[in-house]
Design a protein around this ligand. Structure first.
Ligand SMILES: C[S@@+](CC[C@H](N)C(=O)[O-])C[C@H]1O[C@@H](n2cnc3c(N)ncnc32)[C@H](O)[C@@H]1O
Length: 260
């Protein structure tokens, strides 16, 4: 992957007004930006929003970006970011040339995380679209078709994961790509020095169900697949070329292609 543009370049590209002599902005800029950032009760993403201010998210977004292996050039592509949260990946795809629609049903507010998309978009001067709605309501007749769909850390939050994967396939053009990252389970798991080591006893497709707050104390976590369960469900919902690109801790990463 070629090196990413510097945040300063990104902001110029997004149209943020800056003094070209001072790419980090003035102290007054920084104070104003910090005040806007503070209006969001809890950030998930670390986003460089200018004047040296980075939103205080816990997610190591630059490391995740490396693991997700997004296409370097998205010029002329339409990208859908599902469960976009604060929008780090949406803004990154826009920076790589894409027209972006981000959706999020904002159910994370029930689990105590805010949603800073609108604030970050404003500060960055981004043109990414944002709609507060459920993945289940995606419809090719009104949403059109996308070349790339990002489905990052959302699957285990869904009540109807199979329906959601079908809806994603319905708005992805044949040959279009899915980038998916999710929490997943193995039959046996041990955490050792911060690393999750696990294995499956057999290769049967499985999905665990968490009726209340069993998974991480979060009432919006419902289902988690094992590898076989996830791959089988992707195959059954219109996805092919299912390529596991990595694992990290209790997360698994895939690229897949919309069947013709
Ligand atoms: C764990 S966060 C992941 C955010 C971001 N994709 C990332 O990986 O950093 C899950 C996000 O998905 C959203 N979400 C959960 N269920 C959804 C649904 N049915 N439709 C759309 N968004 C949903 C939540 O509101 C939350 O912002």
């Amino acid at each position: 992957m070629p090196p990413l543009a510097s945040p300063a370049n990104s902001q110029q590209r997004w149209g943020r007004k800056q003094d070209p002599m001072d790419i980090h902005g003035t102290a007054a800029d920084a104070a104003e930006i910090r005040a806007r950032v503070a209006t969001v009760p809890g950030w998930r993403h670390r986003i460089d929003v200018g004047a040296g201010v980075v939103t205080p998210g816990n997610e190591d977004t630059s490391e995740e970006l490396r693991r997700l292996r997004l296409p370097a050039n998205l010029q002329g592509k339409r990208v859908l970011d599902v469960g976009a949260s604060d929008g780090f990946y949406s803004f990154e795809c826009e920076r790589r040339g894409a027209e972006v629609l981000a959706i999020d049903d904002e159910s994370s507010l029930l689990a105590g995380t805010g949603n800073g998309f609108r604030v970050a978009r404003d500060l960055l001067g981004s043109h990414a679209g944002y709609e507060a709605r459920d993945v289940e309501l995606l419809d090719p007749a009104t949403d059109g078709m996308f070349d790339l769909v990002l489905f990052i850390n959302v699957l285990y939050h869904l009540r109807n994961p199979m329906l959601a994967l079908e809806r994603l396939a319905s708005v992805t053009r044949p040959g279009g790509k899915l980038v998916l990252k999710t929490y997943y389970r193995t039959d046996v798991r041990v955490w050792l020095k911060g690393r999750c080591i696990g294995f499956d006893i057999d290769r049967r497709p499985k999905w665990w169900y968490f009726p209340t707050t069993e998974l991480g104390g979060d009432p919006t976590n419902w289902f988690a697949p094992n590898r076989a369960g996830l791959e089988a469900m992707l195959g059954a919902t219109g996805w092919t070329g299912i390529d596991r690109i990595g694992r990290y801790g209790d997360r698994i990463y895939y690229h897949a292609t919309r069947s013709a």
